[in-house]
Design a protein around this ligand. Structure first.
Ligand code: PLP
Length: 352
């Protein structure tokens, strides 16, 4: 992703919510990332404490955290995001440092319809102008997450979502330039939309996160190949009863998450099981059909004889539907080279 960002002339500010791991973020910075993106105050504080000094909190600012953020800005550059007037008012009522203006971003909705102001709304211009005129804040940029790319049903739809994400932000930037406000960032990016981006002229930075591991959802969307999936869950068979067409593994919702994956493109399964991990071949005849807290039910799609094909104790390697949610259930990554564990990295998954 760094090579892609560099070749397309944009900065990369990876979203670290995917891995929540200092060792991985350090490698992303060493590879050329400009800074990091976070989604919680816990992540912001943890990464500041560990020497990261350029952080974009790309999340509509929860008003309850304003006092904590304003303490943290004394130690590092924390760029906050708002998408409404109330948050703007709360900021100007709380922050009065003329010497060190607070960098404020405005979140835009280009099609995901989650948070952010609709890209063609006049409210954006009003809010941006108010930020730019404030003696204590400065308007640092517009950002969007092209999350509607996850709803693509074909490569054409994915490319069109990526083009919308870029073009709607560029059109908006031109509307802002016309007011006389210049020199701000234009930040876009989801993993699927960035996987198909070939021209980002005018954009200043991208913020994908999931790409660092990828997962089954990205494979199905066509963002990556199976060879480019870095995170798997290693579980084992713990129960199989006579005549049952299923067996039980010790990976449940608290390992795989209840993310159903790209249901409209693939039959429901809470992750896929590898037939041969070395050659990256998945089984197509089994499904992880249900999960309880710590158990997973693995079912055969056709009535096949299970006996002697899977043994209690046998290891089952799973490609998860959503690596961000899976990683957030564990305390450590086991870093492997071939079959050897070469390191163990902490996953900082706390919250306030
Ligand atoms: N930026 C924001 C605001 C996000 O919410 C996300 C993911 O949810 C990202 C960037 C990273 O996108 P992805 O996980 O598709 O790489």
């Amino acid at each position: 992703m760094q090579e892609k960002a560099t070749s397309l002339g944009v900065s990369l500010r990876p979203h670290i919510k995917t891995h929540k791991c200092l060792e991985i973020a350090k490698r992303q910075i060493e590879a050329g990332a400009k800074g990091i993106t976070v989604s919680t105050f816990y992540e912001a504080e943890l990464f500041v404490r560990n020497g990261f000094n350029d952080i974009l909190w790309a999340f509509p600012l929860p008003l309850i955290y304003i006092d904590l953020v304003l303490e943290l800005v004394k130690q590092a550059t924390i760029r906050v995001t708002i998408d409404n007037e109330l948050a703007f008012k709360a900021l100007i009522n709380s922050y009065k440092e003329k010497e060190k203006k607070l960098p404020v971003w405005v979140e835009i909705d280009v099609g995901e319809h989650r948070s952010g102001i609709q890209f063609d709304s006049e409210i954006i211009i009003e809010l941006v102008s108010k930020i730019a005129e404030s003696p204590f804040l400065y308007f640092d940029g517009i950002l969007t997450h092209g999350g509607h790319s996850y709803r693509s049903r074909s490569r054409e739809e994915l490319i069109s979502a990526a083009i919308d994400e870029r073009d709607r932000m560029l059109e908006l930037a031109h509307r802002i330039y016309k007011t006389g406000i210049k020199n701000f960032n234009i930040s876009i990016g989801s993993t699927p939309s960035m996987s198909v981006a070939t021209d980002l002229l005018g954009i200043t930075e991208i913020r994908p996160g999931n790409y660092v591991f990828n997962d089954f959802t990205q494979v199905v969307l066509g963002s990556c190949s199976l060879n480019e999936c870095a995170l798997t869950v290693l579980s084992s068979i713990i129960s199989h009863q006579d005549n049952a067409q299923h067996f039980i593994i010790d990976a449940g919702a608290l390992a795989l998450s209840k993310d159903i994956g790209p249901l409209y493109l693939h039959p429901n399964s809470y992750g896929l099981i590898y037939k041969n991990y070395r050659n990256k071949i998945l089984r197509d005849n089994v499904t992880i059909s249900n999960l309880s807290q710590e158990l997973g039910i693995v079912k055969f799609l056709e009535n096949e004889e299970l006996e002697n094909r899977f043994q209690i104790g046998e290891k089952i390697r799973i490609l998860e539907n959503h690596s961000c949610l899976t990683a957030a259930q564990f305390d450590y990554y086991y870093v492997v080279l071939g079959d050897e564990i070469v390191d163990k990295w902490k996953i900082h998954r706390g919250r306030y």
